[in-house]
Design a protein around this ligand. Structure first.
Ligand code: NAD
Length: 243
């Protein structure tokens, strides 16, 4: 159902990009949204009604995550959106880069899922959506080594949780976007000073002819929140990049 009245949605990395668009979409559909991020200034800009809760939450902070979920109580939908893009091949990825990508892209999800699962199991209901990427086990993408390793792990994590709790009313899906407009995409495109050329190259690899909008990814998260017959899947949403 597309009516989320009375439902509680928690989103990490909700201050900008896909997380923000998703927070605003659930808010419009009547949910009580907890929009969390480390960027408080950007969080304040997230649009929403009186029910919208904006909280500073560092997905890397074990104690803060536990305390946060204690405060929220019942959670119907968890969207693990926090993630970092590390650019470069295996030769440019230091042990620290890989550890950091793993901590934020994978272990942060382990932390939040552990925090919400007991309550979801008690109610025998819950939908978890994890942010992966087509740069993962889905597709080899140049210069995305640490990123692809960790986003592939997200897909494994997702299938494991889905398999373990499918009989208890819990669904856990991953989403795999292609290239999506966001503040961090803007940074990646300008990093080497060739913004226009980089943007043109990113668009050229999209069979659909354009980069995706965060609102289009938010639509899929909303769909998965209520799509009661799908679990453990890596849902590709990439403008035909892997077509
Ligand atoms: P973005 O990268 O522009 O914003 C990321 C947000 O994460 C920021 O608001 C930042 O403050 C927050 N954040 C960083 N560290 C955090 C932490 N420790 N705890 C909580 N929040 C933290 O937004 P985006 O590009 O929409 O990316 C969001 C997610 O989507 C990421 O996981 C990314 O890997 C994934 N993704 C993005 C694209 C794309 O092309 N934009 C494609 C596929 C997947």
């Amino acid at each position: 159902s597309m009516d989320f009245n009375g439902q509680v949605v928690v989103i990490t990395a909700a201050a900008q990009g896909i997380g923000r668009a998703t927070a605003e979409a659930f808010d419009r559909l009547g949910a009580t949204v907890w929009a969390t991020d480390i960027n408080e200034a950007a969080l304040a800009e997230v649009q929403g009604g009186a029910q919208m809760q904006r909280r500073r939450l560092d997905a890397l902070d074990d104690a803060a995550v536990a305390a946060f979920f204690q405060q929220v109580g019942r959670v119907d939908v968890l969207f693990n959106c926090a993630g970092v893009v590390h650019g470069g091949t295996i030769l440019e990825a230091s042990e620290r880069d890989i550890d950091f990508a793993y901590d934020l892209n994978v272990k942060a999800m382990v932390r939040t899922i552990k925090a919400v699962l007991p309550g979801m199991l008690e109610r025998r209901s819950g939908s978890i959506v994890n942010m992966a990427s087509v740069a993962s086990s889905v597709k080899g993408v140049q210069n995305r080594f640490a990123y692809s390793v960790t986003k592939a792990a997200v897909i494994g994590l997702t299938k494991s949780v889905a398999a373990d709790f499918i009989a208890q009313g819990i669904r856990c899906n991953a989403i795999c976007p292609g290239t999506v407009e966001s503040p961090s995409l803007q940074q990646r495109l300008s990093a080497d000073g060739n913004y226009e050329a980089n943007r043109a190259a990113f668009i050229a690899r999209q069979p659909i002819g354009r980069i995706g909008q965060p609102e289009e990814i938010a639509d899929l998260v909303v769909y998965l929140a209520g799509a009661t017959y799908t679990t453990g899947q890596a849902h590709v949403i990439d403008g035909g990049w892997t077509l």
